[in-house]
Design a protein around this ligand. Structure first.
Ligand code: SF4
Ligand code: SF4
Length: 498
């Protein structure tokens, strides 16, 4: 799949002299804008609501990095769940690959926070203060002097809301409320984090804007490898549209600007036969004027296209105006536009779901085997074993138990497969507070004779139970002298002795 760019341009928002072109895209009303508005408002409400929504005593989403625990929809992911999180991350990546192969950059145009907040929060605010492009707003220089600073202040205030909400995902609403109501001097670090987040978001939405999609976001760059000829994209139907050109003599003779074509009385198609030499595109440039990244979709698929569908709405309105069917620009695939047969089953559309199914199955198996506690058994540093004066071989271990319940629990531990071994521990059972972890060092003592014929190792199983249904077996390997032939203390020794 080829990705084209406008001729002679490096960036659609930069002049040949290297100066930035500020885009004021024209708002094009239509069915896609209505649908995107609904989706955007839903996502905005979801974003603001999730930190406040309690599930199992925690916010629906709380990424508590400071305490190394993520609360997601009622489940708490701990450092011991790294594997689960890694698989989850991998699943998200593969889903993005599949999603993109099937539906193109639907995410960019409909759900990416950059697009959602830019198009449905900041641009409406900007239009409120600075006017609407296509309705006088394009002559910004003539605007009353107060509008620009007023918009600056309004945008800064508006930014504080998503910026603070964004922080609530990491610190929780209670902490955030405390920080906001107390003096910054009491919480200088928190204040600094909040200030930096607000400034960064403001910089992005007030100044950087579409540049994030054009030069900073890696997703657009991956487009050429993630998409294929059959992926859904916003495309211009070249066969139908070309050769382009004004067919409406009135608008041409009146010297009508591209932006006012819609307001120009154009005879219905039934009244004005289309010359067979002309395509449906009347070259009104409305699809360009409405594009938030400043590209011309008629140049073909471009990396800058975020699939926002504004050009579809703009062009559909023009087509209706001139009495032609909608869809000169439409959701389609490159293959379909070129008249090729639609191919639903392609290698990547088979491979990605298969991989997803494996990942999801593994994730579910691991997740469903998670009990109400996490148990980790480790050897202590130092000598591999110690021979005691009474002829016992001692292995030093430590047990870490993470209580995942909301009540204190007592965890007892014992060896289940070596009857002659015994555990010496200061605390057994081990009491662990809710949602906390405790570590207990202990020693496993085994008679020397147990190593007879075992080549210096004995595999043991440590069982941890809480008396309320939780039981977990952990495997461990005891080390001892090699070549033990009897229980005699005079047997060959290796390792350290007291
Ligand atoms: S809006 Fe439609 S008719 Fe107008 S220039 Fe774009 S493709 Fe052509
Ligand atoms: S070309 Fe169309 S779909 Fe792509 S970014 Fe521009 S307006 Fe949106």
């Amino acid at each position: 799949m080829t990705i084209q760019n406008a001729p002679d341009s490096v960036l659609t928002t930069m002049t040949q002299a290297g100066r930035r072109i500020w885009l004021r895209p024209r708002l094009s009303l239509g069915r896609f804008l209505t649908a995107r508005r609904l989706a955007a408002y839903f996502l905005i409400v979801l974003f603001f609501g999730l930190p406040w929504l309690p599930v199992n005593g925690f916010p629906a989403v709380l990424l508590d990095i400071a305490h190394r625990r993520f609360h997601i929809l009622g489940y708490t992911f701990l450092p011991t769940d790294t594997l689960l999180l890694a698989i989850l991350l991998l699943t998200i990546f593969v889903s993005i690959f599949l999603f993109t192969a099937l539906l193109g950059r639907l995410w960019c145009g409909w759900a990416c926070p950059q697009t959602v907040y830019m198009e449905f929060l900041y641009r409406p605010l900007e239009r409120l203060f600075e006017g609407t492009t296509g309705k006088g707003g394009e002559s910004r220089a003539s605007l009353a002097g107060w509008r620009k600073p007023a918009y600056f202040v309004a945008a800064l205030l508006v930014t504080a809301l998503p910026a603070h909400t964004f922080l609530a995902y990491f610190v929780g609403v209670e902490n955030l409320r405390q920080w906001m109501t107390e003096s910054p001097v009491q919480h200088p670090t928190a204040f600094l984090v909040m200030a930096v987040t607000t400034v960064l978001m403001f910089f992005d939405f007030y100044w950087f804007r579409e540049q994030l999609c054009l030069i900073a976001c890696p997703y657009g760059r991956f487009q050429s490898v993630l998409l294929d000829k059959w992926s859904l994209i916003v495309s211009y139907d070249r066969k139908r549209g070309e050769p382009r050109g004004r067919r409406v003599s009135e608008s041409r003779s009146m010297g009508v600007s591209a932006l006012t074509v819609l307001n120009t009385p154009i005879p219905r198609h039934s009244d004005t036969p289309i010359p067979s030499t002309r395509g449906d595109c009347i070259d009104c440039h409305l699809c360009v004027a409405t594009c938030p990244t400043g590209i011309d979709i008629r140049d073909g698929l471009q990396m800058e296209c975020i699939n926002c569908t504004q050009c579809i709405d703009a062009c559909d309105a023009v087509m209706e105006k001139i009495g032609r069917p909608r869809g000169l620009i439409r959701y389609s695939s490159q293959a379909a536009i070129e008249g090729e047969k639609v191919r639903v089953l392609r290698p990547r559309v088979v491979f990605y779901p298969a991989l997803l199914a494996i990942l999801i199955t593994v994730w579910i198996v691991i997740f469903s085997n998670k009990g109400t506690a996490d148990v980790t058994l480790l050897r202590n540093f130092g000598n591999p074993f110690t021979m005691l004066a009474n002829g016992q071989i001692a292995n030093s271990m430590r047990l870490k138990v993470q209580n995942r319940t909301d009540k204190p629990q007592e965890y007892a531990f014992q060896l289940v497969n070596v009857p002659e071994a015994r555990i010496v521990a200061d605390r057994n059972p081990l009491t662990v507070a809710p949602d906390h972890a405790e570590t207990q060092g202990f020693v496993i003592e085994v008679p020397l004779g147990a190593f007879a014929g075992k080549l210096g190792t004995i595999d043991v199983t440590l069982r941890v139970t809480d008396g309320q249904g939780f039981s977990k077996d952990v495997a461990a390997r005891l080390l001892g002298p090699m070549n033990v032939v009897s229980a005699s203390p005079a047997a060959t020794r290796s390792g350290a002795e007291p």
